[in-house]
Design a protein around this ligand. Sequence first.
Ligand SMILES: Nc1ncnc2c1ncn2[C@@H]1O[C@H](COP(=O)(O)OP(=O)(O)OP(=O)(O)O)[C@@H](O)[C@H]1O
Ligand SMILES: [Mg+2]
Length: 342
Amino acid sequence: MLKGRKSAVGLDIGGSCIKALEITRDKYDYIITGYGQIEVQSEADRSDAIRELFAQCRFRTKKVVTAVSGKSVIVRYLNMAKMSDENLESAIRFEADKYIPFDIEEVQIDTERLMDIPGEGGKESNEMKVLLVAVKKTLVEEQASMLQQCGLSPTAIDVDAFAVGNAFELNESLSPGMEEDKTIGLVDIGANKTCINILRNHVSLFAREIYLGGNDFTNAITRRLGVEVYEAESLKRDPHDREVEVQEAVSPVIEDLGNEINLSFDFFENQYDGRVGQVYLSGGGSMLASLEEEFEGFFERRTRIWNPIEGLKIKSDNVDIDSLNKSSLQLAVAVGLAARAI
Ligand SMILES: Nc1ncnc2c1ncn2[C@@H]1O[C@H](COP(=O)(O)OP(=O)(O)OP(=O)(O)O)[C@@H](O)[C@H]1O
Ligand SMILES: [Mg+2]
């Protein structure tokens, strides 16, 4: 069964945890045909962890899609005069130093037209919104060569925040009705960073990374309770009888992160008319008890955790369904990556 169907592995090389999720497409169905994840302590462990994952998971394909993130990835939304694709490419190259803080020769550039910008009184204007992504070539090359050395075929490299958007869009198409508002904020809280992606009518119009995440919750517990990091990590996941202390420890970090996210919503709302109506949380960091309610109060808008694998089917003979379900919130990036290539 499912032989000859298109499959791809979304490989999310996260700061704390590497996730590999294989999705196979069978007409309108998206089926999880393999899954595994491994926690990693340092960058040096990554390639060993990836080899181990692929040895364990019995994936049917070696085709992988990964993502990059961090300060070597520049994302800009530009207003440009309407022009042809060729002219757009050269216009951006010509003005690159206005947008990109690196030498143009050091980066790989990708552009995408997003939408026409309406003129005064709803009339047509001669401007369009363009997405510019510039990634340091060294980052892309190192990642691709590391994967090749692991015996894999990297087919595309995306950016974390866009992969989250892609996963959300896939879920929305598989279980319509999830999105009630036209403008939504996706917030994926990882270990070291939080990705924000604001979509309006299915188009990403704002993306940003904030360098705060689950590790900062853990570190706050370590400091406040005077415990070792591994104890703090375990208390964060299950505080037992120390709920109040854990809550007090993480509260300032929740506030800092909430403030930063709110700044992004404000920035977006100042640029574009209309509110970010709903916020959808994902990422391992969003499993922190009470975060959903706290953020909802903070953002003053409906805020919900969403499950990135909800609309997908599962091939149960090659997937440990319990561990998949336990970690499902961590899988937004991996789902978005795999879905892109099938
Ligand atoms: N049950 C839980 N409760 C609270 N936090 C949790 C729980 N399970 C995992 N986490 C946290 O989730 C984080 C890992 O999430 P995730 O896999 O989304 O991050 P990552 O992709 O590795 O990191 P990044 O996106 O920053 O590169 C860790 O900080 C971990 O402590
Ligand atoms: Mg992540």
